[in-house]
Ligand binder design. Structure first.
Ligand code: 5RP
Length: 230
């Protein structure tokens, strides 16, 4: 699928997701190119309908900047007890609604926002739907202090690690950590891998989003929008 077509599908899904937002909600807004379309659609609703929200929390400085540029005030997650709805993108979504996220490096905040949301909806184009998790490198955010050891252990475990790079340098997350992408494809036992990674000292968060998503809005190439609920 070419980029123009993929953007058209992302935009269709995003417009549909914006319709789920109700006045007075506490809303979580994710990160990524699909979410950039969602933020535009949200801004349009605010402008045209005067949509008022109780709170808006987001998962990256990129999304924060875009929201604020549209006049939408952004709150800190710590100031909001629980979000009613979070809309986010995803890198891969399995048939059981488990996902891989973190392609944009915002996985830690994304998981915190999702974990504190009553309802989590992902918006994707159809190319991201898979039967079993895989097809995309799994991001793992690690503390710089022990990242070399983490990388070597992952190699020994056959997890095929690669440093996430940006302009030739190690990519730094919002929290000043690094990302190691694991090239495990498919991921045979996602919960097992997540447990192992979470027990590894120095690992801050993983891009495995298991049992978190309630609904997926899928934009199909034939222009159909599918709303799949768990
Ligand atoms: C960022 C994410 C994004 O939601 C994911 O990478 C999808 O991005 P895009 O909509 O640009 O394809 O997890 O950390």
């Amino acid at each position: 699928m070419d980029k123009k077509k993929q953007d058209e599908l992302k935009n269709n899904a995003a417009i549909n997701a914006a319709k789920l937002v109700q006045p007075g909600m506490k809303l979580g807004v994710g990160t990524g190119s699909t979410i950039a379309f969602f933020i535009d659609a949200l801004g349009k609703r605010q402008k045209e309908e005067g949509l008022e929200l109780a709170a808006v929390v987001t998962t990256s400085s990129r999304s924060k900047k875009q929201l604020e540029s549209l006049g939408i005030k952004v709150d800190d997650l710590s100031a909001v007890d629980r979000l009613d709805l979070t809309i986010d993108g995803a890198d891969r979504v399995a048939a059981n609604f488990d996902g891989i996220k973190g392609g944009g490096g915002a996985l830690t905040m994304e998981k915190n926002v999702a974990a504190n949301s009553v309802r989590v909806v992902w918006i994707v184009d159809e190319s991201k739907m898979v039967e079993h998790l895989g097809g995309f490198p799994l991001p793992v955010e690690v503390l710089p202090v022990s990242c070399e050891q983490n990388f070597r252990r992952f190699e020994e475990e056959g997890l095929k690690p690669a440093w996430r790079l940006q302009a030739g340098e190690r990519f730094k997350t919002h929290y000043g950590n690094y990302i190691i992408d694991l090239n495990v494809d498919p991921i045979p036992v996602p919960h097992g891998l997540d447990d192992y990674l979470k027990k590894t000292v120095g690992v801050i968060e993983t891009g495995l989003f298991l049992d978190m998503c309630d609904e997926v809005i899928i934009a199909h190439a034939d222009s159909r929008i599918e709303n799949r609920q768990k």
